[in-house]
Design a protein around this ligand. Structure first.
Ligand code: HEM
Length: 370
């Protein structure tokens, strides 16, 4: 993870030479997928540095859109064969890259990096890593682990570039907590950056990366409940009924989060009681047995990336029209009109664009990134 964050920082440094505005959605997505590529496949996808494989991001985004559409309009699934049978250059290229990743990893045998699916593959011989169940799983793992940290980071970059007092507080915390970039690593010092954690939680609240409504249904054979009816908040939910709570709606409920559309990390510093209303209504990773398996990794990835970025750089919104990418627009009436809100679209996980930022090296520190 650290190596991939270093690549991210070096690219920001390159861009800072020419004050070229950087699209943080692109930068953070490439970082997210490269990081999870190591974890899942034990290989370097090089999305940050090499244009060639970026078709993977486009294809995984398309896949998310398909899943989101079918989740909301199940009847359309019968038309899926049309979509999947259309000739697609990107689709062909995507399959070629996946095949290459698999073949390279298999050829490396025991010498290769031990990615999660390689380890699981060992245990599912004779299909091994090629096993028919593991590959679709691996692809959805890429999306589950690659996209959400990118959304959290993009939203956080957006809000910090628009709330100078929060930017100031966070930069001061990072720059006083550490005395060198090498000290910034997972451990008590990073965990002690309370304002950083508050900023991350506020970004997760305002722009929950898992944006679609997670529909659930009572299991027909739930041994714990037996024949007892399912009751939620006093309502009896008949068998076969799907129900769900949308995280965006929950996280913008004024009853739990007053001034819900304002980026206010301080709300997380007022109380750290996990039993209070606000903490109980905060569920970006969901709760229970289907909750996120990568929560700890996500906090580490986002914390390290933001802390190191603020160690090496200062940043501002890009000037002109580019600086508006990612915000709402008054020209649209409903839903997208809040210019101070980072705009996210429900494509199962969130889709977004921007913000565009301009980075300035901070003092002499950036020389280390050469
Ligand atoms: C800010 C970052 C992240 C957020 C907000 C997030 C959120 C979520 C949510 C809400 C779910 C439940 C989805 C559902 O049940 O429909 C989930 C599942 C999952 N997440 Fe994350 N996630 C994040 C990062 C990661 C990372 C970095 C990884 C792994 C490297 C990861 C791996 C997974 C896996 C494997 C599942 C499926 C768990 C299961 O079905 O048992 N996530 N995540």
């Amino acid at each position: 993870m650290s190596q991939q964050i270093d690549v991210f920082l070096r690219l920001l440094r390159q861009g800072s030479h020419s004050s070229e505005p950087q699209n943080m959605t692109d930068r953070c997505q490439r970082l997210g997928f490269d990081t999870v590529g190591h974890l899942a496949f034990g290989c370097d996808l090089k999305l940050q540095t090499d244009e060639a494989n970026r078709v993977m991001i486009r294809m995984l985004t398309m896949a998310k859109m398909r899943v989101a559409t079918f989740m909301h309009f199940p009847a359309l699934q019968s038309l899926d064969f049309i979509l999947t049978s259309l000739p697609s250059k990107d689709g062909k290229e995507f399959r070629r890259i996946i095949r290459e990743v698999v073949n390279t990893r298999v050829a490396e045998g025991d010498r290769g990096q031990h990615g999660l699916y390689a380890v699981m593959g060992e245990h599912t011989k004779p299909g091994g890593i090629y096993d028919g169940i593991l590959w679709p799983e691996a692809i959805s793992f890429m999306t589950a682990g690659g996209t959400p940290p990118a959304t959290t980071l993009s939203a956080l970059f957006f809000y910090l570039s628009r709330y100078p007092e929060c930017y100031e507080k966070l930069a001061n915390e990072i720059r006083s907590q550490f005395s060198s970039a090498q000290e910034i690593q997972g451990g008590p010092a990073l965990a002690g950056c309370k304002y950083l954690r508050a900023c991350i939680d506020e970004s997760l609240r305002m722009a929950p990366p898992s944006l679609t409504t997670p529909w659930r249904e009572q299991a027909a054979d739930d041994p714990e409940r037996g024949t007892a009816p399912l009751v939620i908040d006093g309502h009896v939910v008949p068998p076969g009924t799907q129900f769900g709570v949308n995280l965006y709606a929950l996280h913008h409920n004024e009853e739990y989060f007053p001034d819900a559309f304002t980026f206010k990390p301080e709300r997380w510093l007022e109380s750290d009681d996990p039993g209070d209303k606000q903490h109980r209504a905060f569920a970006p990773f969901l709760v229970g047995p289907r909750s996120c398996a990568g929560r700890a990794m996500a906090y580490l990835e986002v914390s390290l990336t933001m802390a190191k970025t603020l160690w090496y750089f200062d940043f501002d919104r890009a000037p002109g029209a580019l600086g508006e990418v990612g915000q709402g627009t008054k020209r649209v009436e409903k839903g997208f009109a809040n210019v101070n809100e980072f705009q996210i679209l429900d494509m199962f996980n969130a889709n977004h664009d921007g913000p565009y930022l301009v980075f300035r090296p901070r003092g002499h520190h950036c020389a280390e990134l050469a």
